[in-house]
Design a binder for this molecule. Structure first.
Ligand SMILES: [Zn+2]
Length: 201
């Protein structure tokens, strides 16, 4: 089976995308894992790919550490992290595409999370977007560019994940540290500016 069609590899790509987004935003998590194939109907946990076997993966949050360290997850970052999985699956594509199938199937939960965050934010902060969908699409394109720039880190993380199945935040840090500069370590170029589709009304 070509690696791009192997559900375990796809899941590793996807979860490494989420993990790398957390790492680059300096938001710790407990661990990231890809699970053994399961042959039950899909549940609501993590990311589930229904190709040959079902392979679930997830990034598990460390809320106690967040509390202790006063970690704040802004809605912008949360949307970025949510869309990083699907963006990471599309690193070989020149133009990433957030299609109807993605919204409905593989990354359904990620997409729904992003929508509910954006809608909640919209209500709370009274921001105006063209629409939550348009904002999410922009963030998806944005995180795709960031991950592409960070490709060596992503590749290293995917290999480690495939090899070990589960990596703690600190293990991920060790794995990616050797692979290049962090997003924050160099000035963000114009192509990597966050979308500014919203304005306070
Ligand atoms: Zn995901």
């Amino acid at each position: 089976m070509r690696p791009e069609y192997n559900p375990r590899v796809i899941t590793a790509n996807h979860e490494a995308g989420h993990a790398l987004a957390y790492i680059e935003l300096e938001i710790p998590f407990a661990y990231v894992e890809i699970m053994r194939p399961v042959n039950v109907e899909t549940g609501d946990i993590g990311f589930i790919r229904t190709a040959d076997g079902l392979i679930a993966g997830q990034v598990v949050i460390d809320f106690m550490r967040w509390l202790k360290e006063g970690v704040e997850l802004t809605p912008e970052d949360n949307v970025l992290i949510s869309m990083a999985g699907l963006a990471a699956e599309q690193l070989d594509r020149r133009r990433p595409h957030l299609g109807k199938n993605d919204v409905r199937s593989s990354a359904k939960q990620d997409y729904e999370t992003a929508i509910s965050i954006t809608e909640g934010w919209l209500l709370h902060k009274r921001y105006h977007f063209d629409s939550p969908e348009a904002y999410i699409k922009d963030q998806f394109q944005f995180v795709h560019r960031l991950l592409k720039r960070d490709r060596p880190k992503h590749t290293t993380l995917v290999s480690a994940l495939l090899e070990r199945g589960r990596l703690t935040y600190n293990e991920c840090m060790t794995v990616v540290e050797a692979a290049g500069n962090a997003w924050g370590a160099e000035p963000r170029d114009a192509a990597c500016e966050p979308p500014t589709k919203f304005a306070n009304r």
